[in-house]
Design a protein around this ligand. Structure first.
Ligand code: UD1
Ligand code: UDP
Length: 380
């Protein structure tokens, strides 16, 4: 069975580790995984670091598309992926999540009649201003195997007309939906002890466990809108000055660029010179997990980081108006603060008294990747 895996953005590289591990564990004699990196993320700290640190198989192809406008970037990926499909003739094409790399893989494979396996299917924000919402809806609707990570994802698919109990053989017109859990939960279980043993980030940055807030920011709606970016950073600045919080922020390259371009000069200056705000380049996955494990609170607009906060039983302030991971908000473990300075400060005060909410198991049992490979190998 030949699987052509498409990755490109940081979280996809990390997610793909769970599937590659499941193949190595049980099916290396049966499954040949060919990996295509689109090159959407290319800085060493956004890409190479994960292959090295997590021992991931190196991509067989790197399309080196780099950054660009959506049309240009996605089009270059489609051209490259189509060529690889022609050469490799895979049985399945595997895509993750909702980035431009996901959509490019879906469009190239659908037209060449290669069955698509979509991991992290069914998630919806119900906000079509988000490029990710477009990418995920279109990808789901040409897929043959859909793996929603949550019950909500499953329900969303049914609400869009997907049939819950189709029978094999599955095709794009008769797709199968399987609830196996979330491969990122697999990863956080697998790597949490490794991070505790190998990451030295707390020591390097002189951070006391439980005595800092971890924050990340990279959504285009936040980074490219001056009003929103200033509102978020003025909340973070107040946390550090008025509330004496220590803040650690591994910055996505997009955010670093936009801070210089869009923050009010006085705020930019204050953020850059406040010792309690530690701005870092993007960190490795093990460093990130260790930072998450010992944070007092997590503030983020990242999908992956929201969930990892939950996996490590941390409260989270979400810097968005809505989230695809609605269950963590319903459990009281996270709050939607949008880019609203007051709501961020209120959330900080509420969560700094005690840990709030409950943390039931919502993302499977850590065997999602293994179940996915079981299902795909049974089908051939
Ligand atoms: C992309 C995904 C987003 C995902 C995120 C994960 C899309 C539409 N968006 O957003 O869903 O949450 O990845 O991190 O696919 N840049 C660098 N170096 C890099 C990569 C990017 O400097 O290695 C800078 C460039 O200025 C680039 C900008 O970041 O223009 C945005 O990169 P891009 O891949 O287009 O989108 P992300 O914001 O990373
Ligand atoms: N991550 C990381 N280093 C960082 C920031 C994030 O390893 O400096 C990891 C994080 O732990 C999570 C994934 O990257 O597993 C999330 O990716 P990102 O926030 O870029 O995108 P999203 O999940 O929002 O698509």
């Amino acid at each position: 069975l030949k699987l052509l895996t498409i990755i490109g953005a940081r979280p996809q590289i990390i997610k793909s580790g769970a599937i590659s591990r499941a193949i190595q564990n049980k099916y290396s004699h049966l499954v040949n995984e060919v990996i295509v990196h689109t090159g959407q993320h290319y800085d060493p700290q956004m890409s190479a670091v994960f292959f090295e640190e997590l021992g991931l198989p190196e991509p067989d192809y790197n399309l080196q598309v780099g950054s660009g406008k959506h049309g240009v970037q996605t089009a270059k990926m489609i051209v490259g992926i189509e060529e690889v499909i022609d050469v490799e003739k895979p049985d399945y094409l595997l895509i993750y999540g909702d980035t431009n790399s996901t959509l490019a893989g879906a469009l190239a494979a659908a037209k060449l009649h290669v069955p698509i396996v979509h991991i992290e299917a069914g998630l919806r924000s119900f906000n079509k201003q988000m490029p990710e919402e477009i990418n995920r809806i279109l990808s789901d609707h040409v897929s043959t195997y859909l793996f929603p990570p949550t019950e909500t994802g499953y329900e969303n698919l049914l609400n869009e007309g997907f049939h819950p109990d189709t029978l094999p053989p599955y095709t794009a017109d008769n797709p199968g939906i399987f609830r196996v859990g979330d491969v990122m939960y697999d990863n956080s279980l697998y790597f949490s002890n490794v991070a505790a043993e190998r990451s030295t980030i707390l020591e390097r940055e002189q951070l006391e466990p439980g005595a800092y807030v971890l924050a990340t920011l990279h959504r285009n709606t936040n980074t490219d809108d001056a009003a929103r970016l200033n509102a978020i950073f003025s909340a973070l600045q107040s946390l550090a000055t008025t509330y004496a919080a220590k803040l650690v922020m591994p910055l996505h390259p997009r955010t670093r660029k936009q801070m210089a371009a869009l923050l009010e000069p006085a705020l930019y200056q204050a953020i850059s010179s406040t010792p309690a705000i530690i701005l870092l380049p993007p960190v490795s996955f093990l460093d990130m997990i260790r930072l998450e494990q010992h944070a007092s609170l997590i503030i983020t607009d990242s999908g992956g980081v929201q969930k990892e906060a939950y996996f490590f039983k941390k409260n989270c302030l979400i810097l968005r108006a809505e989230t695809e991971w609605v269950e963590i908000v319903a459990a009281g473990a996270a709050r939607l603060c949008d880019a609203n300075t007051e709501r961020i400060l209120e959330g900080f005060l509420a969560y700094s008294q005690t840990r709030e909410g409950t943390f039931p198991l919502l993302y499977g049992h850590g065997q999602a990747a293994q179940s996915i490979i079981d299902i795909l190998t049974r089908a051939v």
